[in-house]
Every structure is written in C-alpha cells, then in structure tokens.
Design a binder for this molecule. Structure first.
Ligand SMILES: [Zn+2]
Ligand SMILES: [Zn+2]
Length: 657
C-alpha cells in the first residue's frame, strides 16, 4: 500500500515525512498552482453571465511541479491532501484535486492545526471530502478582489495616476487619510500642570495638583498657575491614604492580529516579518534528534485552546509554580466575525521551553516563540492581585495626588512580567497627617496633542475592531499600502503621501457605497456565511457586481482626468511636452509621447534638506530648461507642483534666490 501526502510547502513536507514510514510519500505543491486568467470582460477571469464561473490557468512556474505530482499520483494507492487548515488551504487542495484529476481516485482531505506526529496520525484517521463551501468562500474573495482591483486600478491609473486600489486596502488607506486630516485640523490648546517634587525614603517622588477643595482643577494660563503658586505655603500635609484591591487577568492566547500587534510594539517587527517567522516555527524546526512544528497554525482568529493543551499546561503550571497559579479557564471574548473552529496560536508542546530550544532558533524566532509560549501558558494562570494606592497631599486647600501599585499575588505575572509593559511602582510608606519636607512646586506649560497617527500595530487593531480584516489579510494589506507609495513611514507611523490622500478622496467621492468600513465588514461576514453554506456565493457576487459596476461607469465618465500633470518643459529627444508621472518609487518626469518616446528625465539628486516652506518635501537638484537661467543648476521642492519653492543655491549655504 503506497500513500501520497500533498502539502503546499517544502518545509512542511520535510517535517511531515519524518513522522511516517516508507509507505508514505510526501510531496509539495510549492504554494498556489492556479489563479484566475486575465481574460473575459474587464480581464476579470470570470464568466459573469454564467454565475461568475471562474476561468483558471496553471501558474507558469508550476508546470513542472504538476507533472511530478501527476506521476506521484499514478503510483499511489491513496492520496491525502494536507494543505493548511483554513479557507486558503482548502482552496489549494481543491485546485490540486481538479488539476490532478482526483475525482475518480482514492483521495481524502486531512487537516491538522499543528505539525506534530500525534496531530498528523489523528488527522490521517479522520479524512474527509473537500469542503466545497470553504472553497467557494475563498474563490469569492479572490473574484471580488480581482473585480474591484482591476476596475479601480485601471480607472485610477488613467485619471489620477494611482497604481492600485482594493477592497480592504482602500478602506485601510481611508482610515490613515482621515486620521491625517484630523491631525492637520487640530488646534493645540494651552494648559498648565503643577507638580510637587519631594524625596521620601531616598526615593524621588512627584505628585500632581488635581483639586481645589472638592473640585477638580483646570489651569488654562500662566496667570491661573501663578495665582495658585502664590497661595501655596511651605506646609504640605498627607490628608488621605486609600487602598483598593484589584484583579488583573492575563490576556487570552495569541491570534494572528494580536501576535502581529505585540511583535510590532515589542520588537518593531512589521506584520509581514512576524508572519514569516511564525510560519517557520509552524512548519518545522530542526532540533537535536527531531524536526517538529513548534507552534500551531499562525493564521487564526480563534482564542480556543485544545483540551489536551489545557491538561498539559495544568500539569506544567502546578508542578513548576504551584496549585494557586492555575486558573483553569480564561475569558473568551469572541467577536462576531470569527473564522471557522480553529485554535489560538500556542506552543505544540510545553516540553519545548524557549530556553531548551533556543540554540536551534534564530534570534527572531526565539523572541517570537517565547512570546507565544508564555502568553499561551499565562492565559491559563491565575489573575494577579494588585493593590492600588492613592495618597492625597494638601496645601492651603489644594490637593495633590500620587498613586502607586503593589502586587499582592503575582499570579500570571510571575511568568509574564518580562513581557508586560511595566505597571506602576509601589509607593514608600506614608502616614496620615504626616508633614512632607523640602517640597518643590514645579509648574509646567503643556499643550493638548492631536490624535496619533496609526502605527502598524494600531492599524491592525483598528481593522480587527472594525471587522474589515482577516488573519490572512492584515499583513498583506499593510504591506501593499507601502508598496504603492500611498503611505510612508515616519517614526514607525503611517503618513499618507499626497497621492495617497488624492486616491482616498477620489474613492470617497465616487465609490463611497463600496469602499467604506460598513460595506467591507459586511462583505467579510458574507464570506464567512458562504464558508458555512449559509449563502450562495454567486448570488452574493451578483449583488455586489450590480451595485459596483454602475459606479465604475459613472466614475469613468465623470472623474476629472488630472494625470499626468503637464509641465512647461519639452522632451529633448522628440520635442513633445514633458509630464509628471507616478511610478513605483514616487514621481518622475517623462515624455508625454510615451509609448512612442521612452524619454525619462534622469532622477534628480535629492538633498537631505527639508523644504523650508512646506516642511514636508525635500529639496532636489534640478537644471533650468528655459529663460535666462537655462542650463543653470537650482534647487526645488520635490513636491512640485503643489509646492513651488525654489532656490538658486542651497538655503543656508549662500544667498538665496
Ligand atoms: Zn519624447
Ligand atoms: Zn515644499
């Protein structure tokens, strides 16, 4: 009896092949094998009149792989399709089933959440047919993205020179642009704080003025502040000490989005990098005498832990830390859009402690694995018991407040403290009525601050809250925005480019019925419902299509064409007018006669000097092409034509033009 197991990744096949005897051959499809053709109406690759029947083509670089797989299938008595346990994995299995013509062969689809021997053996005993609802859900996502992507990209390219638009991508861009507009519209307001600094038990402490008598105090101006300062005396007396106990529970184990957020906050990894590391840990790590997948599948939005893991963790916690540290359950706060019945991201076995496997991991892998390991264990540990302390200090009717936090029982913090942003410190002992010595009042002028830009971590969190992303899409969405020159990163935060803002505005103007949070979230829900057979995929596509295509037609007829921007400058090779176009790396100047003439103006030398007028662009070196300055070097803002700043010499070096 000879069996063939097909997976989608070589690393995964390597791990699996170690678990099974000679009667099993493991092969890999090396990723996707088919995609939609670029044919038919709009090059959508679907037969719209025929219930959106997809037209597939085998990916060019997969011909050899498929030939080999076909040979292997011929020799096998039974074929197991063992791609990843989500919709995308199900779709890959279905494509394999179609291309390898498995309909009349002995085949089974098997799924497992972790690449370990017990999980694999169990899966082999629980084979099933391909779940066509999952496949349809994935196909629908692909078709939707194709129709929206191709329609909007070609429209925006023609009208405003933007490279792409997409269902989820454009909604994420809108979030970033809306935030930027809030920031630009924000007017900071002045306010003041008064602190008192003093030393107690050799510890420097600072309390903050919060009240006058029983009323909250707000200081708007320096005059307000000086008035308070002038009435303060030398006598600062402790008026009230209060303590309150509070439970602090561990967070649930990781799902894709929370792992990406934590890795971004803690290690400054972008989502793409985190997913690559996690995938490696999942697909298999070479240890001393074995090769094993160290974590469960990394694309998931379930926080469920298997009973088997809970039992193992219980033993681990009780024997390593004591009974009082095991809680045995954790709060599940399941959102509405939870995909399938998966598991959280957790270690496959607690035997492989991060310390024990450290020497087999890269530094990145070790960091991510430790985080996953401890977060999963801690999810089952007791809450910490914390005492909040508040001390009120009075001076002439003014109340200053200082707070501290004391850990009474560490609970999960005993393990997780190094991974948690440190909370408040405990205060030294105070006594009621005590008079404080050597107290210095410190006034500080402050300004209210605008809302913060999205970091990658915050954007993913927001997308998750709004229900507009899925485990498989967060990383790719964020990455695409950067690739398309719609955003740039500043202090690890997203700043939209002018092109990004323009794109978001045009989409808002013409496609607000489709490119918005509500519609996108509803569409994700529809895809979830297709996946469980509650909705018919082509009916949903039809509803979308009939709503979307009229918008495309209207926009084609009515969106103003402002691209490319014509310059008062002519092509040295053919004499046609030059234009500003937008390419992969930003704006460039080229001949308007393209594709007849391929002239592209040489890239300008960029200085590192910020434009002193707009403060956004950078000065670039240019050569005058006309008038009295013809042939002369000069410097201009690279945001031309929005900013028309020019200098004959670099500002600060000689006299300016
Ligand atoms: Zn030309
Ligand atoms: Zn400028």
């Amino acid at each position: 009896m000879s069996n063939l197991i097909i997976v989608e990744s070589p690393a995964k096949s390597q791990t699996i092949s170690k678990y099974l005897g000679k009667e099993y051959v493991v092969a890999s499809s090396k990723g996707h094998i088919r995609d939609l053709k670029k044919q038919g109406f709009g090059r959508f690759g679907v037969d719209i009149e025929n219930n959106f029947k997809p037209m597939y083509r085998v990916l060019r670089d997969k011909a050899a792989v498929i030939r080999e797989l076909k040979e292997a299938v011929k020799k096998a008595d039974k074929v197991y399709l063992a791609t990843d346990p989500d919709r995308e994995g199900e779709a890959i299995s279905w494509h394999l089933y179609e291309v390898l013509e498995l309909a009349n062969r002995n085949y089974e689809r098997i799924v497992f959440n972790e690449i370990t021997k017990p999980a694999l053996l169990k899966a082999l005993e629980n084979g099933r047919d391909i779940d066509i609802d999952l496949v349809h859900s994935q196909e629908s996502r692909r078709i939707l993205d194709r129709i929206i992507g191709f329609s909007l990209s070609s429209l925006l390219q023609k009208k405003i020179g933007s490279k792409s638009a997409g269902r989820v991508q454009s909604v994420a861009l809108k979030l970033i642009v809306d935030r930027e507009k809030e920031i630009r519209a924000f007017v900071p307001e002045e306010y003041w704080e008064i602190y008192i600094d003093f030393v107690k038990n050799a510890e420097k402490l600072r309390a903050k003025l919060t009240q006058r008598g029983d009323e909250k105090i707000e200081l708007k101006t320096k005059a307000d502040t000086d008035e308070v300062l002038s009435t303060l005396t030398a006598a600062y007396r402790v008026r009230e000490i209060s303590r309150k106990e509070r439970k602090k529970a561990a967070k649930p184990p990781f799902i894709t989005s929370t792992l990406q957020q934590e890795a971004s906050t803690r290690f400054h990894y972008n989502a793409k990098r985190t997913m690559m590391i996690a995938q490696k840990l999942y697909e298999g790590i070479e240890l001393e005498n074995e090769r094993i997948g160290l974590i469960t599948y990394m694309r998931t939005d379930s926080i469920r832990l298997s009973d088997q893991f809970i039992m193992e963790a219980k033993d681990w916690i009780i024997s390593n830390l004591g009974k009082e540290y095991f809680a045995g359950y954790y709060k599940t706060n399941k959102g509405k859009n939870v995909q399938d019945a998966h598991e959280a991201i957790r270690p496959t076995s607690l035997r492989y402690t991060p310390e024990a496997v450290k020497k087999f991991l890269s530094a990145d892998e070790y960091k991510i694995y430790s985080l996953i390991y401890y977060r999963a264990v801690c999810a089952l540990m007791s809450a910490a018991l914390v005492e909040d302390e508040k001390v009120l200090i009075e001076n002439n009717g003014y109340i200053f407040e200082i707070t501290g936090e004391k850990v009474l029982f560490a609970g999960y913090l005993r393990l997780f403290a190094p991974y948690e942003t440190s909370s408040g410190k405990a205060l030294p002992p105070f006594e009621n009525g005590e008079v404080l010595e050597n107290v210095t009042p410190v006034p500080e002028q402050k300004f209210t601050s605008p809302p913060q830009r999205y970091t990658e971590s915050k954007l993913i969190k927001k997308m998750e809250e709004l229900g507009i992303g899925r485990p498989s899409t967060y990383a790719i969405t964020v990455d695409t925005l950067k690739q398309r020159y719609y955003v740039r990163m500043e202090n690890r935060s997203f700043v939209p480019t002018d092109q990004g803002i323009l794109t978001a505005e045009k989409l808002e103007q013409f496609f607000s019925d489709i490119i918005n949070v509500k519609y996108t979230a509803e569409m994700e829900t529809v895809l979830d419902e297709i996946a469980i057979g509650k909705k018919t995929w082509y009916e949903e596509l039809r509803l979308f299509y009939d709503k979307f295509m009229p918008l495309v037609e209207f926009a084609s007829a009515n969106m103003e064409k402002i691209y490319p921007v014509y310059l008062d400058e002519y092509c040295p090779s053919c004499g046609s007018q030059l234009v500003i176009r937008i390419g992969r790396y930003g704006q460039f100047v080229a001949c308007s006669a393209f594709p007849k003439c391929h002239y592209v103006k040489k890239e300008e030398k960029t200085t590192n000097i910020k434009c002193p007028n707009c403060g956004i662009g950078y000065l670039v070196e240019k050569v005058s092409r006309k008038g009295r300055w013809r042939g002369k070097k000069f410097y201009a803002c690279n945001r031309y034509p929005e900013c028309k700043t020019t200098f004959s010499t670099l500002p600060g070096t000689e006299e300016e033009k």
